[in-house]
Design a protein around this ligand. Structure first.
Ligand code: HEC
Length: 99
């Protein structure tokens, strides 16, 4: 019985997990629906980038240590809203874009 209850709690937690597609809506305005745009004319195209690379970039922006094109401050504001789990979910979504 205890085991069943635990399984149900776990399933519930999985359903609550961060939704990459929903999170990406906040990014699409600058990066394009398929990650095909250079955001504000500066960034690299992010659609199809390796998920691990995207997570690393987002961590760097959140920490304020990354500034690839002189506009890291813009991305710091974006990344600040994301938890570690959100970053992984949105990175996973981005890695599948444009393919
Ligand atoms: C207001 C516009 C804007 C929004 C919204 C935005 N970005 Fe960005 N993004 C930028 C800019 C500008 C850069 C270039 C930053 C720099 O100078 O390093 C960038 C860079 C990036 C990079 C690195 C790309 C490279 O050039 O290597 C990633 C990854 C990224 N953004 C992901 C995201 C994600 C994920 C979201 C949504 C949670 C998001 N961005 C939302 C403007 C935006």
């Amino acid at each position: 019985m205890k085991k069943i209850a635990l399984t149900m709690i776990f399933a519930g937690a999985t359903l609550m997990a961060a939704d990459g597609a929903a999170l990406y809506k906040a990014c699409a305005g600058c990066h394009g629906a398929q990650g095909e745009k250079a955001a504000l004319g500066k960034s690299a195209k992010i659609g199809g980038l390796d998920a691990a690379t995207v997570v690393k970039d987002l961590e760097g922006y959140k920490a304020g240590t990354l500034n690839k094109h002189g506009m890291g401050g813009v991305m710091k504001g974006q990344a600040a809203k994301l938890s570690e789990e959100d970053m992984k979910a949105v990175a996973e979504y981005i890695s599948k874009l444009g393919k």
